[in-house]
Design a protein around this ligand. Structure first.
Ligand code: FEO
Length: 168
């Protein structure tokens, strides 16, 4: 059984993942509006990843005999100042998610809940990748100053990104 605190924190984290999904969907829409469908694809893939992250927690709570409590999702940003700003926000967002995973892990350790601790290790590793990807993409966007031919090249490159469900 999950403690009340861990159940509540896992539900919050599940919500954070759905929030991420929604925020990235809004970022995808921004790039579609700029006719940069390849960069939009990058964010569509990100939404699929976030959905996967959320649903993994959803099933874990159920498997542990807990109660899933879906929460409200706030309206995401949509009026971004520039392509670089979008990638800055994406990195900022991933750093926030990493902090919340770490806080959740602290609670699992405090409660000596080995199952939750073990479950969260996947997220700890995943966040290293998520931050690395966001940071690298921001760096490359800054390299081309978020405009011109460089932007079109990045658009072509990001068009080939696809979602591969991570191994359980
Ligand atoms: Fe679910 Fe991008 O972290």
């Amino acid at each position: 059984m999950l403690s009340n605190k861990l159940q509540s924190e896992l539900n919050k984290q599940m919500n954070n993942e759905f929030v991420s999904e929604y925020e990235y969907l809004s970022m995808a829409a921004y790039f579609h509006c700029m006719n940069l469908d390849g960069i939009a694809n990058y964010f569509h893939v990100q939404t699929q990843e976030e959905h996967f992250h959320a649903m993994k927690i959803f099933h874990f709570i159920i498997d542990k005999g807990g109660k899933v409590e879906l929460q409200q999702i706030a309206k995401p940003d949509y009026d971004f100042a520039s392509p670089i700003v979008v990638f800055e926000k994406a990195l900022e967002h991933e750093k926030k998610v990493t902090r919340s995973i770490n806080d959740l892990m602290d609670e699992a350790i405090k409660e000596n809940d080995h199952a939750v601790n073990n479950f969260l290790r996947w997220y700890v590793d995943e966040q290293v990748e998520e931050e690395a990807m966001a940071s690298k993409s921001l760096g490359r966007m800054q390299l081309i100053d978020g405009k011109g031919e460089g932007l079109l090249l990045l658009d072509q490159e990001f068009a080939s990104r696809s979602f591969i469900a991570p191994k359980e």
